[in-house]
Design a binder for this molecule. Structure first.
Ligand SMILES: [Zn+2]
Length: 151
């Protein structure tokens, strides 16, 4: 169960938490502020956390990296194999891999594992909710500045 949480940009109490990556920093934002970054997860307060990555621990959560498509494509090209060949090696449909590389489909846990293994890349990253207080304030200020400029 998620406790009362305020949006880390505008301070609004939020029921639906948009875990958003803004300039490389993971923030918990309201829907409105989530547009300043890339949404990586949405958590509904009161509901069980919906984390679609298997190996999430109590305080550690893993999510797909932002530029997974690029990583997959680059790693595949480095190995000098076609999408067709890659698909064959991991026993998946070529069309699926193509969509994943275009960012149209988020790969499943199972697929992520297979891709990480064969391409030797890390496609998941740890989400760290615990910020150093000072750092957090600094980041907040920085983001507030950015938001102001944008408005
Ligand atoms: Zn907000």
């Amino acid at each position: 169960m998620v406790k009362n949480i305020e949006c880390e940009i505008c301070g609004t109490r939020i029921n639906k938490i948009f875990i958003t990556k803004v300039e490389g920093v993971i923030l918990r934002l309201c829907e409105e502020c989530s547009k300043y970054g890339m949404i990586i997860n949405i958590i509904n307060k009161g509901e069980k956390r919906k984390i679609d990555v298997k190996n999430s621990l109590d305080e550690e959560e893993y999510e797909l990296v932002e530029d997974y498509q690029k990583l997959i494509e680059e790693a595949r090209k480095k190995m000098n194999i076609s999408i067709e060949e890659l698909a064959k090696r991991i026993g998946e449909k070529e069309s699926l891999i193509r969509k994943v590389e275009r960012g149209e489909i988020r790969p499943s846990d199972n697929l992520i594992e297979k891709l990480e293994k064969i391409l030797k890349v890390k496609l998941k990253e740890k989400i760290n909710y615990k910020f150093d207080k000072k750092e957090e304030r600094k980041e907040k200020l920085r983001i507030a500045d950015v938001v102001e400029i944008k408005e």
